[in-house]
Design a protein around this ligand. Sequence first.
Ligand code: CAA
Length: 381
Amino acid sequence: MKIGIDKIGFYVPKLYLDIETLAINREVDPMKYKKGLMLDKMAVAPLNQDIISMGVNAAHSILTKEDIEKIDMVLFATESSIDQSKAAATHLISLLSLKKNIRALELKHACYALTAAIQFAKNHVKENPESKVLVVGSDIAKYGIKTDGEPTQGAGAIALIISKDPCIAEIENVSGLYADDIYDFWRPSYSPYAMVDGQYSNEMYKKFFLESYEDYLKKSRHKKEDIDAFIFHIPYAKLGLKTLSLIEPNIESNLYQYFNQSIVYNQQVGNIYTGSLYLSLVSLLEQGEMKDNSRIGLFSYGSGAVAEFYTIKLVNGYKNHLNKIYHEKLLENRKALSIESYESLISTHLTNDIKFEDENESYCELKEISHQQRKYNIKAV
Ligand code: CAA
């Protein structure tokens, strides 16, 4: 039985900060951010878009009535959780009208949790071939004003449906793994901002790639040539490029062409943590020319740290099941922020007793926090 990605979509909020505006205001040569880190724009969440509403918006863009009838598991991956106890996935039951005989769970392992969720979903479908699993990754990346990590922030959500006989890609069975106990990037529960040892995190990312890829080659008996494209967790595009060069010194190789197609969306959005690798996948599929049956290698990295390298195989006609025009419009129809508005948004942390006007800009928006509970508006469609 083939199990894999039946649908994939994303949502990004309607606001962004141009990376040049940030560089000028921080008195940094814009070329450092544009060429040195390969960044372009950074998505910024307005106060009425949180991880729940963004996740609902991403899921709403791919779900049909038939999917909703078959979904008996919903997994929500995030490292910017809004609650230490109530799982984000439970909000999706009401906001997406999912059925109630369902397993609903939130998962955390830095930027890796969405990959873990996808693998759990695959195993669930293996045991329950008629079921579909909704998997969501949603995050707001915040390092804070005037930090080294500031240009590598972002916000957005990814949603996938995992099922048998998938329309987009089969998930193959071998995973290369590597994990260790390190402090490269972390966020203590009391802090709204991530902490990071920047250069050490870069080194660990590359080391964990080599280790997990080696483990994959050993277990699968594949060679590099058996993989048509490599995509990466993208905290910023330059790190993916440098990591690819560790295994492919020839810059004329097709692997670089595919890599460039895989970062088009990421460069417009920034780091969306759990969703970054899968934003890169959508970018490659929608902006690239991958042939049916191509094999793609995915490198997933979660600080702390764990790495997984695994492969998917595109199915015949996968292109007919993408949402390219919708995604391009979503990215085009955004508003640039001034540095003052960006600074105000990034340093505001929502607490109790807040109410928003219904802006009706996206399918789902945060409406209020009262009695320590979040309520959302759903647009009538
Ligand atoms: N023109 C062109 N390029 C320039 C330049 C200029 N004027 N000035 C500098 N550069 C280049 C540098 O040469 C360097 O490129 P190379 O690495 O290819 O040499 C690049 O710009 C960046 O310069 P620095 O390394 O000096 O930049 P920095 O000290 O400000 O830090 C950073 C960069 C470590 C990525 C920092 O932004 C950061 O801490 N980001 C958050 C952490 C992160 O993303 N880590 C990635 C691995 S961890 C992970 O993957 C999990 C996750 O999602 C966070």
